[in-house]
Write a protein that binds this ligand. Structure first.
Ligand SMILES: CC(=O)SCCNC(=O)CCNC(=O)[C@H](O)C(C)(C)COP(=O)(O)OP(=O)(O)OC[C@H]1O[C@@H](n2cnc3c(N)ncnc32)[C@H](O)[C@@H]1OP(=O)(O)O
Ligand SMILES: CC(C)C(=O)C(=O)O
Length: 514
């Protein structure tokens, strides 16, 4: 059985999804989970793109030991230098340099001739190779490139020191047959191709990213790139969980193995969905809420008689457990601590105490605290920055009636520790809350997007709100959960505002360091 490396780019291409903005702690939490999932390489970010990304890539490279950590770079010395500074402490530093090879990109975007592109690619790969043991080079927009030009440039960058060559379908344009043929052509025509691993990176604009990735594997690719839940630029990337499960379920056809620990899929999907605010559609393959639900009578009858009549994937294979954990108001610290471990979180003592208090508070409101509730509490606690000045909701009240204009009164602790109270109205209760918060918060805040969902099922399910705001013109996303929709809405708004405060504090701190 041939081995196929899994290259996860949730933290780079995934974070390029419109509206997604992960903070450092969230990225680290996802990185730890990707390591548990068994990915071979994780692309932690684009170090030269911002100070935040640089810090996150550096911390992930210095922490993660179970897989290789990489970072993206343009074909620029300064991008490569920055990537080296971020990645040099990693277990196996590797860089991912890209440069477009299609006529459209070379002419209109790069404004370079094909010869200049070859020259730049070779120069930058050689430069990177002086620092990095592993250099991956990507021919951006490979699928709209001239095949013989591809063959020519690939040969040159391999000579310059690249050990992984990626042929991305940057715009999600290709079909499985075409993509497979491109891999075959390159394999058969690049003379030094046996020195490298070929990689596939597919986008989902025409809904073919996973099929294209599988076609690439069948035609010589030994690395596939993708993201969890298929998030990413525009319509997203190939969903890693779908490729992993397809290779497993159809191993009669695909004689390839990966290091993926399929049982970690559900937790990884939940974590990424929750932290990015990108909800997983109910009908999404492998991880959707309905992926294992049987609704119609004939299907239910079949499954009851023999599950394989309508079920090709067992829920337990991807970590969907039918044994529900029940924690209630009589559960103590020890049981709680055990469950936190079982869930894969590593909380320090103060975060554990905070999470236990939130859990106890919830047991006062809900009959039963479910896995989903606990997961929400734990991700929130783990990804919240400690001891930083921030806005904190102390109390609020909303008056709502079908005749009166909704009015919200809010008591807020401000970053300087002082309390302030105000009231304002709105067309609806959420707007009244947001107008009041706007009055209480320094700066110019605008709501761009608001999404409400429930965590788990049942009348007493927790509400979860994701918002996108601009604060003084800067975009920020936030999330909040609570048993009450209005409280969750207020928390999400404040979470987004606090993130911009945190970013400001980081900038001040970084300036002071220089
Ligand atoms: C296919 C992909 O997903 S590629 C990755 C895309 N990801 C991102 O862009 C996210 C992060 N990006 C950023 O933060 C910013 O774009 C930055 C910091 C990288 C650059 O910002 P700016 O300097 O303001 O440049 P801007 O983004 O407007 O334009 C990109 C420039 O890079 C050039 N460029 C694009 N790709 C490459 C490349 N692979 N190698 C070298 N230069 C490149 C473009 O031609 C353009 O150059 P120009 O300014 O001479 O016209
Ligand atoms: C940087 C490259 C690999 C990319 O993301 C793409 O081409 O889609």
């Amino acid at each position: 059985m041939a081995h196929v490396n899994v290259f996860d780019t949730t933290l780079r291409d995934g974070e390029q999804s419109a509206g997604v903005n992960l903070n450092r702690l969230e990225k680290i939490e996802i990185a730890k989970q990707l390591e548990r999932l068994g990915v071979d390489v994780m692309e932690a970010g684009f170090p030269a793109s911002s100070q935040d990304d640089f810090e996150a890539v550096k911390e992930i490279a210095n922490t993660v030991r179970g897989c290789s950590v990489t970072g993206l770079a343009r074909a620029h010395r300064k991008d490569i230098d920055r990537a080296w500074e971020a990645l040099k402490g990693g277990a196996e530093p590797r860089i991912h340099i890209f440069l477009a090879t299609s006529p459209i990109h070379m002419t209109h975007k790069l404004k370079k001739t094909p010869d200049e592109v070859v020259e730049t690619a070779v120069e930058m790969v050689s430069y990177a190779k002086e620092k990095f043991p592993i250099v991956q080079w990507s021919a951006e927009d490979a699928c709209r490139s001239d095949l013989d030009f591809l063959v020519h440039i690939i040969e040159k960058v391999i000579d310059a020191g690249a050990s992984v060559i990626n042929l991305p379908d940057t715009v999600g344009y290709t079909t499985p047959d075409e993509y497979g043929k491109m891999f075959r052509y390159v394999t058969e025509n690049v003379p030094n191709i046996d020195k490298v691993i070929l990689s596939a990176h597919c986008h989902n604009d025409l809904g073919m990213a996973v099929s294209n990735s599988l076609a690439a594997i069948e035609n010589g690719a030994r690395q596939i790139e993708g993201t969890i839940n298929g998030i990413g630029e525009r319509a997203g990337n190939a969903a890693i969980e779908e490729i992993g499960v397809a290779l497993e379920i159809r191993k009669d056809r695909y004689d390839y193995q990966t290091n993926l620990v399929l049982k970690e899929i559900k937790r990884t999907s939940d974590l990424v969905s929750r932290l990015t605010g990108m909800m997983v559609p109910g009908n999404k393959a492998v991880v959707g809420r309905n992926a294992f639900a049987h609704e119609s009578g004939i299907h239910q009858d079949g499954v009851l008689k023999e599950s394989t009549t309508y079920e090709i994937i067992t829920p337990s294979m991807v970590g969907i457990d039918s044994n529900r954990m029940v924690l209630g108001k009589h559960s103590g610290r020890h049981a709680f601590k055990e469950k936190v471990k079982e869930f894969g979180f590593e909380l320090n003592e103060s975060k554990l105490k905070e999470a236990f208090e939130s859990f106890k508070n919830l047991t006062g409101k809900k009959k039963e605290v479910t896995d989903d509730d606990l997961f929400a509490i734990l991700t929130d606690t783990q990804t919240e920055h400690d001891n930083l000045p921030k806005y904190k909701l102390q109390a609020f009240q909303v008056q709502y009636g079908s005749i009166n204009r909704p009015t919200a009164t809010i008591l807020l602790t401000q970053p300087n520790g002082e309390e302030a109270e105000k009231a304002n109205t709105g067309e609806g209760s959420v707007e009244a809350i947001y107008n009041t918060l706007d009055d209480l918060i320094e700066g110019d805040v605008h709501l761009i997007d608001y999404q409400l969902s429930s965590i788990g099922r049942g009348r007493d399910a927790l509400a979860e709100v994701h918002v996108q705001l601009t604060v003084n013109g800067e975009k920020a996303s936030g999330r909040g959960s609570a048993q009450d929709v209005l409280e969750a809405s207020a928390h999400a708004f404040l979470n987004a505002v606090n993130r911009t405060l945190y970013r400001e504090q980081q900038k001040v701190y970084q300036k002071a360091q220089v």
